[in-house]
Design a protein around this ligand. Structure first.
Ligand SMILES: C[C@@H](Nc1nc2c(c3cc(-c4cn[nH]c4)ccc13)C(=O)N=C/C2=C\CC1CC1)C(C)(C)C
Length: 312
């Protein structure tokens, strides 16, 4: 029967099975751990197989003592709550299936994205074709609008956090920058984001909003097509100077519609960015931009991904 084939928390029909942290009976012994997939700032993500069903997952393991010493336990819990809040509602977002702990660690059992990080693809390819860039940009927008409508801001959107599942579709991950916690005082100390993708408002006013994710999207689209960062200095400080002065240039041959799209995202004033003032009820100017005219938003998540071929 299905009871044997599912991790037990799923076998319960009540709402408990919807709450990943409800399961107090899963333990590390229920999994066979494999290769390390990546290291976060306070965590390691390891490939693992749930022994009972053979289903593969990615398990994020956080060291409790480390979290306590660095006063990041609340950040870890905020990330868990953000992941729970996002739930299984969107296939473009990594889903948290269960959590459990032992004396030393917290365990988050998440979707495995078997084709890894977009960053790896861009590095290998140099750049992505326009068809790939349009497809992935549309999927990022769709997932981002879902997140923003749930009042979740990613804050550190970058190609490393854009995973590719077995069908080469996007899965956004690493919500390690829990916005729930950010009091003004904490904000002053916990500098968030990766240099090349940080928005001007975060650099100048330590401020982030949903529109900061749109700035990062602009940097990502530029990078997918150009095969290099929009803003890159010889040091983080010089990169930040370029960001604050909007010092970037499109390489020759950069698609004109894509240029217009990126230009409307890399705007200093967060409120003037395309899509910044969208509401769940109003149509999104991002989706209607000419650069994405060829996208069929209804079949976006069932269409096959375009072949990953080099761009420019
Ligand atoms: C960006 C992230 N890297 C990764 N995070 C996750 C992966 C993941 C998979 C591969 C991969 C799979 N096959 N080949 C490579 C390479 C990197 C991955 C996954 O499958 N499922 C959930 C993940 C993360 C969820 C958790 C943050 C909440 C860092 C470096 C932070 C660990």
């Amino acid at each position: 029967s299905t009871r044997q084939n599912q991790p037990r928390s799923k076998s319960r029909k009540r709402s408990r099975s919807q709450n990943p942290s409800a399961n107090t009976r899963l333990s590390a012994q229920d999994f066979v751990f494999g290769e390390t997939l990546g290291e976060g700032s306070y965590s390691t993500v390891i490939r693992a197989r749930y022994a009972r069903t053979g289903q593969e997952y990615a398990i994020k393991i956080l060291d409790k003592n480390h979290l306590i010493r660095k006063e990041k336990m609340l950040v870890a819990l905020a990330e868990k709550n953000t992941l729970i809040k996002l739930g299984a509602g969107h296939s473009g977002i990594v889903h948290l299936h269960w959590t459990f702990q032992d004396d030393w660690s917290l365990f988050f059992v998440l979707d495995l994205a078997t084709n890894g990080e977009m960053q790896t693809r861009i590095s290998r390819m140099g750049s992505l074709s326009l068809a790939c860039t349009r497809y992935y940009t549309a999927q990022i927008i769709d997932a981002l609008e879902y997140m923003h409508d749930k009042d979740v801001i990613h804050r550190d959107l970058k190609p490393e956090n854009l995973l590719l599942d077995s069908n080469f579709r996007i899965k956004i991950t690493d919500f390690g920058t829990g916005k729930i916690l950010e009091s003004a005082e904490e904000r002053a100390h916990s500098f968030v984001g990766t240099a090349q993708y940080v928005s001007p408002e975060l650099l100048e006013r330590n401020e982030t909003s949903k529109s900061s994710d749109l700035w990062s999207l602009g940097c990502i689209v530029f990078q997918m097509i150009a095969g290099k960062f929009a803003f890159q200095g010889l040091s983080d400080y010089l990169t930040w100077q370029k960001i604050k002065s909007l010092d970037y240039t499109f390489p020759d041959g950069f698609d004109e519609d894509a240029k217009d799209f990126v230009t409307k995202l890399l705007v200093r004033d967060p409120l003037q960015r395309i899509g910044a003032t969208r509401s769940p009820s109003s149509p999104s100017p991002l989706r209607n931009h000419p650069f994405l005219a060829s996208i069929n938003w209804e079949t976006l998540w069932t269409d096959p991904a375009p072949p990953l071929e080099p761009g420019l």
